[in-house]
Design a protein around this ligand. Structure first.
Ligand SMILES: Nc1ncnc2c1ncn2[C@@H]1O[C@H](COP(=O)(O)OP(=O)(O)OP(=O)(O)O)[C@@H](O)[C@H]1O
Ligand SMILES: [Mg+2]
Length: 308
């Protein structure tokens, strides 16, 4: 649905996007991750026809963003990283304004606006002024706005920035719903862990270059990251360490105070096997806690040293 071929954008001497080759399949949620200044916004603005590339090509739904801009714009909804706030405009007026701007007939506008308000759970706020909304609600309004012309592709520049954990979860749920509706979604973030649960694929960009592209699961072996579990037993920690060390799936076992840190071999996983082993040996298990894959650490490793 989205493809870039050697996409390059120079600002004077600075190469903001450097021979970028991206492919995003229809129906996927693609996480576009990179530190400040990596070139995420620049790439997104090219994809939504707001910026011309210096070299290379970008296609949306098979259409060239430079040559078929008008057609591309019908298919994409773009949520910029910074949205202007409109004083004294009510939520439904704001959405009706955009419906008009997208050329939607007057008679259809109300039902479309009602539909996006329902989807983004903003019905109760429709008569509130836009500038009175909380940041989380403003982000949802931004999403409501990009959905008005029912685009196939959503390009969302850091929609979760500045949101509290609850609002982040709400946005995530909304994105899942949009995926179920068949949308293709490209979403940027600085934080890999923020996107790990919803993305089918991620692309990591640094200095305008793609340093990794693949599924979250593919990042793990690439970085040699082992999944880890913390185990605590009531008594006989030594025995537990011995038993766990003997498991073929296990790479390393280490007693850390009351805890036992277990690291699995690549591609292996399983609190189940640990529980079964300890219970079979009649050891009293207090807790078995998986350590989440430290994606942010992975990200730092991946981008470390790629400084131009
Ligand atoms: N209009 C511009 N003129 C000159 N340089 C620019 C312009 N826009 C962006 N840049 C530069 O291009 C590089 C990429 O910027 P871009 O905004 O695409 O990064 P980003 O990944 O979106 O960063 P952030 O995470 O901070 O939003 C940066 O070095 C930035 O300073
Ligand atoms: Mg940006």
């Amino acid at each position: 649905m989205i493809e870039t071929k050697n996409l390059t954008k120079n600002y004077g001497d600075l190469t903001a996007v450097d021979n970028l080759n991206l492919t995003i399949k229809a129906g996927d949620i693609f996480g576009f991750i990179g530190p400040n200044g990596a070139g995420k916004t620049t790439t997104m603005r090219i994809l939504v026809t707001l910026l011309e590339p210096t070299r290379g090509q970008a296609l949306v739904d098979g259409l060239d963003v430079c040559k078929q801009g008008k057609e591309v714009r019908k298919r994409v909804g773009y949520m910029p990283d910074f949205m202007g706030v409109y004083d004294d405009l009510k939520v439904f007026e704001y959405l009706e304004f955009f419906a008009a701007a997208f050329g939607i007939e007057r008679s259809k506008r109300k039902s479309i606006v009602d539909g996006v308000l329902e989807l983004t759970d903003l019905q109760s706020k429709q008569a509130a002024t836009v500038d009175s909304l909380s940041r989380g609600m403003q982000q949802r309004l931004g999403l409501a706005r990009v959905l008005i012309h029912d685009p196939k592709v959503l390009v969302l520049d850091e929609p979760a920035s500045g949101l509290d954990p609850r609002a982040r979860i709400e946005i995530r749920e909304l994105l899942r719903e949009l995926k179920r509706m068949g949308k293709t979604i490209m979403i940027s973030s600085h934080i890999l862990s923020e996107l790990e649960e919803i993305c089918d694929h991620v692309g990591i960009i640094e200095h305008g270059q793609l340093v990794f592209s693949g599924t979250i699961e593919e990042i793990r072996p690439r970085l040699g990251i082992h999944s880890k579990v913390r185990v605590r037993v009531a008594t006989n920690q030594e025995k537990a360490v011995e038993l766990l060390s003997a498991l073929p799936q296990v790479n390393q076992v280490q007693a850390l105070g009351d805890d036992i840190a277990v690291s699995f071999n690549e591609g292996q996983d399983g609190d189940g096997i640990i529980a079964r082993t300890l219970v079979k040996a009649d050891l009293d298990v207090i807790s078995i806690q998986p350590e989440r894959l430290k994606l942010d650490d992975a990200f730092l490793q991946l981008t470390k040293g790629i400084v131009h």
